[in-house]
Design a binder for this molecule. Structure first.
Ligand SMILES: Nc1nc2c(ncn2[C@@H]2O[C@H](COP(=O)(O)OP(=O)(O)OP(=O)(O)O)[C@@H](O)[C@H]2O)c(=O)[nH]1
Ligand SMILES: C[S@@+](CC[C@H](N)C(=O)[O-])C[C@H]1O[C@@H](n2cnc3c(N)ncnc32)[C@H](O)[C@@H]1O
Ligand code: SF4
Ligand code: SF4
Length: 377
């Protein structure tokens, strides 16, 4: 596989902040973008570092050689993150996901969780506060995360077999420790727990059925396993269409042994299509970002570790809020900027890519996209 080296500077190109506008895009009290999509979901990257080197995300050949990680001074502090989160919540955000990189590597992450858990929507409701983790530190941190106010976790796990797991994440880490993390999260009450498995054809598709059997037999309906199509996100993973296993194939593969029936979406804009086991013992989800794009309902905004706002996972430029924040902007100025950014948004990368199935790559945004570990997966 050929890897190109993308120096950090490419991740830091800024889109100019739009001139603040007001009222446009605010309909029925909801801030909407140019395609009528509300802003309800904020994903915050708390670190660009990780202790895994998943080939589809942070390939060792790039991230252990020429990659420059953010210096500590560039990172938003917990107070800065919370202040921005409050501004987003006032604009309609109802769900906050902490991610990265590996969010449990960020020192004292539970202090940030405490601050975010105290936020309330304008009608006084708590937020849906969650976190995505590779599970490596979860067994030891689950109780503290729960005590700090985290509601639930999503754990990434690509295989049950140690050899296949290592092939995916390029680290010598036992699957048993991730499974212990999932058990600890359940015991701590961090449910409903979701387990995300990226399927890479030729690498881990033989693990689909063992994973389905394991989670249904051990956890029944308490853990929802979701299969994710391998995406062409970032610029370093050497993505090829022939390594994508379409969700339809995953569903057919499982249903041949364990019959499935489709379920309704549980929330508008949900990334996963849900399927129930016909015998009632739990459900699975499939996230078909490549073969069945879901941009139409995309209500997600991403805040990078150093305070840049990205309107799409495949963006190549962000809007720098840290500069405004550290330049003394008050909350109303920040809110006006957020409204302007969102109301001018028209991103729908995956939909555009799907229209060009020949090579699977859209013309849309510039090819040098930011990495998922930086923007927040
Ligand atoms: N193309 C695309 N893929 C996404 C987007 N959001 C999430 N994904 C993919 O879906 C995977 C799972 O997303 P999660 O982080 O679990 O978020 P979620 O599905 O919104 O989470 P729940 O609230 O638990 O349903 C991610 O790791 C991505 O691979 C998105 O906006 N665009
Ligand atoms: C970037 S990681 C960050 C959080 C944490 N380190 C983890 O792995 O759960 C978030 C999610 O992105 C997914 N992901 C990363 N690269 C991907 C790709 N190329 N295609 C699909 N999903 C990807 C991972 O599987 C993981 O579930
Ligand atoms: S997917 Fe998560 S665990 Fe894997 S390299 Fe990316 S950030 Fe790390
Ligand atoms: S490709 Fe961009 S616009 Fe489409 S669902 Fe993903 S983040 Fe949203």
């Amino acid at each position: 596989m050929a890897f190109r080296v993308i120096p950090l500077v490419d991740q830091r190109r800024d889109a100019p902040l739009p001139a603040p506008r007001d009222e446009d895009g605010v309909r029925a009290g909801l801030l909407q973008d140019r395609l009528g999509r509300p802003l309800t979901d904020l994903r915050i990257s708390v670190t660009d570092r990780c202790n895994f080197r998943c080939s589809y995300c942070m390939p060792k050949e790039v991230f252990d050689k020429n990659h420059v990680y953010l210096p500590h001074s560039a990172l938003l502090s917990f107070e800065e993150i919370t202040r921005l989160a409050r501004v987003f919540v006032d604009q309609g955000v109802r769900k906050i996901r902490l991610t990265g990189g590996e969010p449990l590597l960020r020192k004292n992450i539970e202090h940030l969780i405490e601050q975010l858990a105290a936020l309330r929507t304008p009608d006084g409701s708590p937020l849906d506060l969650t976190l995505t983790t590779n599970g490596s530190l979860l067994a030891r941190k689950a109780q503290a995360l729960k005590a700090a106010g985290l509601q639930r976790v999503t754990v990434s796990l690509d295989a049950l077999d140690d050899t296949v797991f290592r092939r995916m994440n390029d680290m010598d880490f036992p699957v048993a420790d991730v499974l212990a993390g999932i058990d600890a999260a359940r015991e701590a009450g961090l449910g409903p727990i979701k387990v995300n498995m990226v399927v890479k054809r030729g690498t881990n598709e033989q693990e689909i059925l063992p994973m389905a059997r394991h989670f249904r037999e051990r956890h029944g309906g308490d853990v929802v396993l979701r299969f994710i199509e391998y995406m062409d996100v970032g610029a370093t993973n050497g993505w090829r269409m022939d390594e994508v296993m379409p969700s339809a194939d995953v569903v057919a593969h499982i249903a041949a042994e364990l019959p499935l029936r489709p379920l309704e979406a549980s929330a508008p804009g949900e990334t996963a299509q849900r399927w129930a086991y016909a015998d009632g013992r739990g459900e699975i989800g499939v996230i078909s970002s490549v073969t069945q794009a879901f941009c139409r309902d995309c209500s997600r905004l991403r805040l990078s570790t150093e305070g840049r706002v990205y309107l799409c996972l495949f963006a190549s430029q962000g809007h720098d809020l840290r500069q405004l924040l550290r330049g003394g902007a008050d909350d109303e100025a920040l809110a006006r900027t957020v409204r302007s950014i969102w109301t001018q948004r028209g991103d729908r990368y995956s939909e555009l890519r799907a229209r060009r199935p020949a090579d699977g790559v859209a013309e849309g945004p510039a090819p040098r996209r930011v990495e998922m570990s930086y923007i927040g997966g």
